[in-house]
Structure formats: C-alpha cells, structure tokens
Design a protein around this ligand. Sequence first.
Ligand code: ADP
Ligand code: ZN
Length: 633
Amino acid sequence: MQDSKELQAKKYEILKTVYGYDAFREGQEELIDCLLSGQDVCGIMPTGAGKSICYQIPALLLPSVTLVISPLISLMKDQVRALNQMGIHAAYLNSSLTYAQYRKALAYAGEGRYKIIYVAPERLLTEDFLAFAVNASISLIAVDEAHCVSQWGQDFRPSYLKIPDFVQALPRRPVMAAFTATATREVKEDIVRMLRLSSPHMTVTGFDRKNLYFEVRHDRDKYKGISEYLRSHPNDSGIIYCATRKTVEEVCDRLLADGFAATRYHAGLSDAERRANQEAFTYDTAPVMVATNAFGMGIDKSNVRFVLHYNMPKNMESYYQEAGRAGRDGAKADCILFYSGQDVVTNQFFIEADRENGELDEATLELVRARDRERLKKMTFYCHTADCLRDYMLRYFGEYGSNYCGACSNCLHSFETVDITQIARAMLGCAVTSGMRYGVNVLLDTLRGSKNEKILRLGMDRNPYYGSQETQSVVFLRQVLNQLVLQEYLTVTDDRYPIVRVTQKGWEFYEPADGFSPVLTMKAAKKREPAAAAQGSADGRGRRRTASRSGQDQAPSSPFEALRRLRTQIAREQHIPPYLVFSDKTLEAMCVMLPQTKEEMLDVHGVGELKYQKYGEPFLALCKELAGEDDLS
Ligand code: ADP
Ligand code: ZN
C-alpha cells in the first residue's frame, strides 16, 4: 500500500488533470491530507467553498470505494453527472431509481465498478445495501449536509441518526468525513458526537465570499426594480426568491409577459413541473428562476450570476444560504435584497403561525418562537444598517470583518455623516416620558405628531415630544431608531408586541452626569436633490455597474459572448447543462488568456486533461479566431 505522503503528493496532480484547477482553496488541502492519513475530519465551510473536492480527491486516491451520504436527490444527480463528465466512475442510489435500476447499480457496485457512490441515508440499513456494503471494501464515508443529524438545525433528518449503526455494521471502520455550511456551536458538537467521529480534525473556513456584491434596496416598486435589473443583465442566469407561492406566480407571470425567459419553482407545483422547470434553469433555457425557499437545497449550478430577493427572508442564516447560491464558480455575482416593511409583517405572521413541529410542547415552541423573532430582528437590521453589509453579516456569524469592504451598496454609495443628537434625545425622551410601554410605531407616530386613533386613545398627543420631529420622514426616523438599537441606546423587547426600552447606555446619554450630552452621529445616505432624483436611476445604475461585477455588460459581440455561445451549442448537442462544459469563470479566464496552444489551454483555470479531450479543440479554435480579430483591430 502506498504511504500517505505519496498519496498526498498526488493530490496536486489530480486537482490539475481532473479538475483543471491550479491551487487549493482555503481548508481543502488540510482536509484532504488528514483523510489520506486516516484521520476523521469535520469541514465547516460556506456554500460554494468547495467541499466536494475535499472528499472526491481522497476518493480517487484511496484504494477502494467511497460512500457519500447525501440527503438531496438533485444534488446527487448533479454531482454524479459532473464526475462522469470528468471521467470518474460514480453512481447514485436513491429513490429516484426504479427497483431494476437500483439492483443493477448495486450489482455494478458489488463488482467494484464505481469509485464513488452517492447514497441516501434511508438506504443505508436496507438489506440489499447492507449486503453490498459488508462485502465491499469501503475506504471512506463522507457525510454531506452533516447538520441534518442535529435536532438544533432546521433540516433535521432522523435517518441521519442511523449512520453510526451502519458504520458499526461494517467489518472495518472506514475513515469518516463530515461536511456542512452551518457553523453554530450546538450543531458542530452534535455532528461530532452523533456521527461518532473519532478525534476529528476540524476545519472552519471563513464565511466571507469575496466575489459577492451585496446590496439592499428600498424601492417602492419592487417589480420595476427587478425587471430593470434583469434588463440590464440580459445574458445572465440567476434566482429571484419570493416569500410565498402566490408571489412566485405573480412575479413569474409578469416577467413572462414582459418577455423574460423565466420559470418558477415552489412546493405547490407537481413533481413533473418542478423537475422540468429546474431542468430549464440548469440548462439555461430559462435562465431566470423565480422561487420560494423550497428551491435551492442542492442546486449545484455554478454560473448563477445574481440572487435577487423580492422579499426579505426570515433570518440571516436563510439569507446567507440563499444569496450564497450566487457565484459558486468564484466569478463576481450580485446579491440584492429588495426590502419593504411588509416583509417584516409577513415573517412575523409565519413565526406566530408556525405549528409545523407537532412534537414540541408549548413551552419549547414558545422558546423557538422567541429565537425566531430575535433572528428576524437581526435580519431587519441588515436592511437598515448604514454600516458595511458584509461586515454586518460576518459579525452575525461570529467573524470580524473590516468596517469597509468596498463591495457592498453601503460602502459604495456615498454616505454622509449626520448629527442625530436632537432626534435621539427626542426619541429616548418620548420613550421615557411615556413609561416605556409602547412599541416602535407609537413612538414614531408620536414624534411625527400623528392624529391617528391609537395615538389619541393613548393620550400620546399630550406627550412633551409630540410632533417634535414632524419635519422628518418616517423612513429616516426609523433609521435613527434602528441606529439607536444597533448602538444599544435602545432595546426592543421580545414580546409578542415588542416594546421599546431605554438601556443603561441610553439613560447616560439622556441624563448625562455632567449635563452635556455627547454628539451622536450616524452614517446616512445622502439626500438626493429633487431635480437629480429624476436622473437618479441612471446615476445609480452607473454607479452600480462599476460597483458590481466586471464583464457583465458584455456586448453580444464580445469574446466572452462568443465563448458562451459555443458553450451553449455544445451543451445543447450533448444534453448537459452549460456550466458542466466549462464554468463562467473558466470562460472569463479563456477570454483574458486567449490560449493559442493545447498547453496554454491547459493552463486556463478549470481546464483539465479530460475536459480538454472533450471540448478543448473547438474552444481553442475559437480562441485563435478571437485572437486574430484582436490583431486586426
Ligand atoms: P460546496 O459543496 O462547498 O457548496 P462545491 O464543492 O460545489 O461547493 O464547489 C463550488 C465550486 O467551486 C465548484 O464549481 C467547484 O468546481 C469549484 N471549486 C472547488 N474547489 C476549487 C479550487 N480549488 N479552485 C477552483 N475552483 C474550485
Ligand atoms: Zn461593505
């Protein structure tokens, strides 16, 4: 048997010849080395970080077969297809196969024909599968989406609890690898304990996805904002997430009526339609997918160039996961959230109405709800913060970014610093003098001098701060209030009807010991001149173009488009999704390098020996042609 050092040296060769990549990404190498030397691992890496390579490369180097346990049928299919494309023998065993197909695959597996087998967790302890597994020699078991073993997670799957029993039934325990994108402490501990990993090497890689551009928009007319975005990114593929099935249908219908190649996905559609629509999206025949959050788990499409949120999701975890489906190929991509206050109300409703988990008693349910309300609040703050969006997100996940990323709407749009001392005093004062009994709306209505029924009924029209901020817009007052909460001068309680309270820090500001309040400032978006507002959108778009990714506004005649067209043509001929031919990032690299020889082509990111044999020549020919055109001009 080869020793692990020799195997470890070979991993570079495989990375280059099979995958066509030059370097490992953060975390990959150490995980691979550990597995090759026989140590269990647990890899916590965000979506798109490249977890698959961490078990696929060891699978290719270890002597016998690797089992990959995965809960997601569509993901298995995709991965197996991608592996077969690269010349690796792989198969999947799940409920999408007929019994005959399943028997056949299992028989082939028994003959040792596959290097990698993807299997659904429910299959593990079935008689057929166990018979195969006990007789086969298994080198490695990789558990994908390992957080499904944890009751803490949102995706708990009881069948994951059977994994240790399965492992125990094997004559020899293979080395084990667990992967997930969920990083909270409870989930991490559960994975190690429940899967019985033995002193695993833990790798946690950063959550920062540098190629993603983040933006929050407060458009009055969201549909208009979205359709304008699509119009200015005509050749790109992406996802539009909506909160409800109804909204999915409405948005999709309007987009279709407006001539966009959109399709839709939600849990209310028939299996057949869902499958067909997903296929259309994957193959770029309908490059725009309008969907609820039912869409995406296991979507492995790498050339998703944008993820737009028509509604705000219920928490940052969901947002990060959904937005993270953009730009998995590492090329630039946009994540834009279209916010409106109604989204908060909708989510609150979902939280209160959630009776899904029938196994929980009322006390536990209330705890869960309290946690959900807290998470929703943090999500809402994301939409209002004037700080760097990336920084906010990283802080939420327990990392520290710099205060300025330069690639989010807050960092890029010009912000100005405004003095909010007076408004803050009025806000705190209003809360204090009304006995800290009311919520955000009552406070803001009072400050604005509203005459609505509730304000009059509560007698807030006699509050000393009534009407003191009548010249300010509600939106701005809300921003200031959010700012005061973010900076911990105010806190909003977790009650069913949240109440605004003044914190210790708030009191010290409101009634300073030395009689002088410090000056409070906040970064706020510069107010546009009314005249400039008309051309504001053009201006905004221009800025966004430089702000967001490069190469997105290619004229149809650009080299990138020519390469993309060739890719589409080949993909259609071979009935495979375009990104399986080459990723967007690979095409971009080709564009820059315009390789003229086979060797140069093999130097392009994402072009391995096998891919070259399959598709190299037509692309090389096209690159030569494109280089020729360059010379002429
Ligand atoms: P995850 O499972 O972590 O969400 P994947 O394994 O699907 O991510 O990888 C995401 C994308 O990154 C894939 O297109 C993959 O080929 C690519 N990738 C993975 N590792 C590398 C690498 N070392 N260099 C370049 N691209 C990589
Ligand atoms: Zn930023």
